[in-house]
Write a protein that binds this ligand. Structure first.
Ligand SMILES: O=P(O)(O)OC[C@@H](O)[C@H]1O[C@@H](OP(=O)(O)O)[C@@H](O)[C@@H](O)[C@@H]1O
Ligand SMILES: [Mg+2]
Ligand SMILES: [Zn+2]
Length: 185
């Protein structure tokens, strides 16, 4: 397993695929950004490990089920594989805001699942890329470096501005990957 430093953890909705204020409720509504799929493949090909950490409260809300979610994640894997990359692990929180779970971002539970699934000692120095403050907050206690993208809810998050003091900001995932691969050539 590569050094934990070569790990990028991605939020899903608004980073990999278009988000919706009405939730992404079906495979038809799951529309990836083509540049994000290519960016993930570029990371893989450069020796980086890529994982996903996503809140999916739509399940608790009864808007879709785990079978539908699994279909979206199969399609995500298929597209990334077709582009020459791979996703090492997808961690999701199916719970609602009032369920008192320990995995709904901004709690770090999904990232701890990823750490354990990848048999890593620590996530220190890995990158957490999101479009919402809660994505970045989830990684902070585990030493993840915060990256905000302007896609999805990113512009709204920026407009609110709270708590983003040391986050890097990029237009989209592809722009972050361009920068990261340039930094670590
Ligand atoms: O960005 P990630 O974590 O991949 O997924 C976010 C989604 O689960 C949904 O999260 C909801 O937040 P609430 O769960 O209702 O607070 C809303 O923001 C929806 O617009 C959004 O599609
Ligand atoms: Mg998001
Ligand atoms: Zn949860």
């Amino acid at each position: 397993m590569p050094s934990p430093l070569k790990l990028v953890i991605l939020d899903r909705d608004g980073v990999i695929n278009h988000d919706s204020d009405d939730y992404v409720k079906s495979l038809d509504e799951w529309i990836p950004y083509p540049s994000a799929i290519t960016a993930i493949a570029r990371l893989s090909q450069a020796g980086w490990t890529v994982a996903v950490a996503t809140n999916q409260s739509g399940i608790a809300r009864g808007l879709y089920d785990e079978t539908t979610l699994a279909a979206m994640h199969r399609e995500l894997g298929r597209r990334v594989t077709a582009a020459g990359g791979e996703i090492a692990h997808i961690a999701y929180c199916p719970h609602g805001p009032d369920d008192g779970c320990d995995c709904r971002k901004p709690l770090p539970g999904l990232l701890e699942q990823i750490r354990d699934a990848l048999a890593l000692e620590s996530l220190e120095g890995s990158w957490m890329v999101g479009d919402s403050l809660r994505d970045l907050q989830a990684g902070e206690p585990l030493g993840c470096r915060p990256v905000l993208v302007r896609t999805g809810k990113g512009e709204r998050t920026l407009a609110r501005g709270e708590g983003l003091r040391h986050a890097l900001v990029f237009d989209d995932l592809a722009a972050f990957v361009d920068w990261l691969l340039q930094q670590t050539r």
